[in-house]
Design a protein around this ligand. Structure first.
Ligand code: PGA
Length: 308
């Protein structure tokens, strides 16, 4: 059989999600590209791998067999990768890291600082949503993840390394601009542009208001921080985002942070890995780098300017 590893990994993603659309999102491919890979694999195998019943897709008997073997092959390949990475050591190794959408605002700065220290290393960086990060950890598809606090019922090791305050943002010139100690209840008169339900930001925001027995008026829902910032700037509502996403807008005066009672919501960034996972040397070096003093200038660029 002349099947390719690419076809198998696309097939495995569709089988895991039982959805072409979600597999395409995970793989950053278009849906027709995913369908084409599956069709080619079905031609090679000579049998249908999925069947559609109503709106749902299911694995056929042949599909279930291919899924079983594709997982075993995937696991073997990851082990081979780990052995090779261990042989390469830190210099020359490849760091596989995945980060939450919000963490992308500082992740690239961190990688740049790390690669100054270890110039021979290369990276594969995936910026994705919280659910995919947890799936990747469960399937051992990434070495390290940067995200908000993961759920406690999973077999993960999570090490906090930086604060992640969430603040209320408004367009410059909003009537509440400049007011001190705005009562929390006052926010109920406003509409909020919010992140998607599964995001760490939204989960924290929901918990914060539920604990205070309050409900916010939520308007539009968006899957990216920059979409929220644009919407807030355009006057479509207020927003609640991590302070790490705001550097440019605050500097340019396009957005302001409101001084609301109980804010900022205090959260942390975590470096997460599977419990008991032996990290390849390059990932261990990145872990040590992030936990040590060397990463501070990349994490808090403003702070070093102030100190200088
Ligand atoms: P996000 O941020 O999921 O809201 O992008 C990461 C997190 O806070 O968990």
């Amino acid at each position: 059989m002349h099947l390719t590893l690419r076809q198998l990994s696309v097939f495995a993603a569709v089988a895991r999600h039982r959805s072409y659309t979600r597999a395409a999102e995970e793989l950053h491919l278009s849906q027709p590209a995913v369908s084409m890979q599956i069709r080619q694999l079905e031609d090679t195998v000579g049998l249908a791998l999925f069947e559609k019943l109503g709106k749902k897709i299911h694995l056929t008997e042949a599909g279930a067999e291919v899924f079983h073997y594709s997982q075993a092959i995937g696991q073997q390949l990851r082990e081979l990768d780990e052995v090779i990475e261990a042989l390469k050591g830190v210099q020359g190794g490849r760091l596989r890291i995945s980060v939450a959408t919000t963490a992308n605002y500082f992740a690239t700065r961190l990688l740049a600082a790390f690669s100054q220290r270890y110039p021979e290393t290369t990276f594969s960086l995936d910026v994705t949503n919280r659910k995919t990060l947890l799936d990747q950890l469960a399937a051992n598809e990434t070495d390290l993840v940067i995200m908000g606090k993961p759920p406690e019922n999973l077999e993960l090791e999570a090490s906090p390394f930086m604060d992640n305050p969430l603040v209320v943002i408004a367009p410059a010139g909003h009537p509440l601009a400049g007011e001190r100690g705005i009562p929390l209840r006052r926010l109920q008169q406003e509409v909020f542009v919010v992140r998607e339900l599964e995001s760490g930001t939204r989960i924290a925001m929901k918990r914060f208001f539920e604990e205070r027995r309050m409900q916010l008026n939520t308007g539009m829902e968006m899957t990216s921080n920059s979409a929220i910032k644009h919407a807030v700037e355009a006057g479509l509502g207020l927003g609640i985002v991590s302070v790490h996403t705001l550097e440019l807008e605050l500097e340019a005066g396009r957005l302001i942070v409101l001084d609301v009672e109980g804010f900022p919501i205090q959260r942390h960034w975590y470096l997460v890995r599977c419990k008991g996972k032996r990290l390849p040397p390059v990932a261990q070096a990145f872990f040590d780098f992030l936990m040590g003093e060397e990463a501070v200038p990349a994490l808090h660029p403003g702070l070093t300017t102030e100190l200088a």
